[in-house]
Design a protein around this ligand. Sequence first.
Ligand SMILES: Cc1cc2nc3c(=O)[nH]c(=O)nc-3n(C[C@H](O)[C@H](O)[C@H](O)COP(=O)(O)OP(=O)(O)OC[C@H]3O[C@@H](n4cnc5c(N)ncnc54)[C@H](O)[C@@H]3O)c2cc1C
Length: 420
Amino acid sequence: MSSPANLHIAIIGAGPSGCYLAQALARGLPESSITIFDRLASPFGLIRYGVAADHQHTKAITRQFERLFTSGAARFAGNIEVGRDLTLADLREHFDAVVLASGLSVDRPLDIPGSELPGVFGAGEITRALNSHPESAALRPGFGSDVVVVGAGNVALDILRFLVKDASGYEESDVNDEFLAAYLSSPAQRVTLASRSLAPESKGDPQMIKEIAALPRASYTSTTLSTPASDAERPAAARSAAFHELLSPERAAAQGPAVEIIFGATPTRILGADRVTGVEFAVGGESTVVPATSVITAVGFTSATDDTFSQLTATPAGSGRLGEGLYRTGWAKRGPSGAIPENRACAKSVSEEIFSDIADGALTAGNKPGFAGLPAAVRDRAISYDDWLRLDAHERSSAQTGRVRTKTSDHTHMVNIARG
Ligand SMILES: Cc1cc2nc3c(=O)[nH]c(=O)nc-3n(C[C@H](O)[C@H](O)[C@H](O)COP(=O)(O)OP(=O)(O)OC[C@H]3O[C@@H](n4cnc5c(N)ncnc54)[C@H](O)[C@@H]3O)c2cc1C
């Protein structure tokens, strides 16, 4: 039996949690061989396909991961979907340790009557389309004049920022220009943001609320904003102050939609026959109907019910151990909350569990062949990091004026460009 230092490790998912874990494992086990698989032809998961196009400073986090791949510490194997091109059992047969870092990609449904009606969209679907994700880039929803956003976390705030901005807000971004143009040709006139919690306990970062307040766009009102408590905890007080700034009567009304924010609103029913016409909320013990031409839900994420990992990732847990030589990290471990840096701490704790299993003899190198032993058809299918760099360079060099890149959104086209 070879030394545990020579472990073959497979990580499923090249999002931030998979990359942070590979960094931690490469540091602790420099002689191990790490392969990060991803179903897409590009690495970086939601940094590329979730983080808003006008937040390029956040997307720049990917630079932290470049050395991981260019130094040879980890191999990127894109264009390989576990569950389609390989089974989890295949991976466990070929690798000593397998780690799920596959995230949670499906919008959690609202689960109230009417939530299946046309005109109800998930925020993940919209943010993927704005980011030219191959599976959502063709989406062109006509939101109509009255948009209701359900939720007030950071993803809901990303959606609100998109609904109020005009074209000038996308300089030096990589937004999907067709989607943006389709929206701006007929933008929302009225937007309602409905938060289940009161302002201090709502989920958004104060910084995100302040960013919206600083935009010279839209007008904001609310009849449910409470007076800030003097003894509030720091984040709650900061959030409350940010909402007071946004909703201040002194803030001059500007061009763009009229936005109403309702705090303490629980959605109870989506109304409409063939398409959504309104949303019924319970607010302070009373029922209120907000007219709507479309509804965007931003109430979290879950795994697809029919994917390979749904049972393994359904319940968040403190430990990353799933079984012998099988682990999970990131959103697949903790559930759909936490910003990118939290995945770093999560990866560190999972790597420590792996190191401790090696020290205890619970995880050993079993002369498994790793990537080199996979069927030729799978190895040939893989997009390497060098291939990705070719696609990356193509997207940057073909950027339209005012854009940092123009993303290729057709998966086959991405693969062909990557392969040169
Ligand atoms: C819309 C949105 C905006 C966000 N904005 C910010 C922000 O501005 N700042 C911030 O700090 N955080 C933000 N976050 C949170 C951040 O994106 C997450 O914390 C982080 O991406 C979770 O990392 P992950 O690696 O666990 O999952 P993901 O980033 O989702 O990565 C999972 C990867 O696994 C791959 N995968 C899935 N299934 C398979 C399979 N079967 N086979 C192979 N590969 C597979 C996927 O293609 C994907 O690349 C945002 C989240 C969302 C949803």
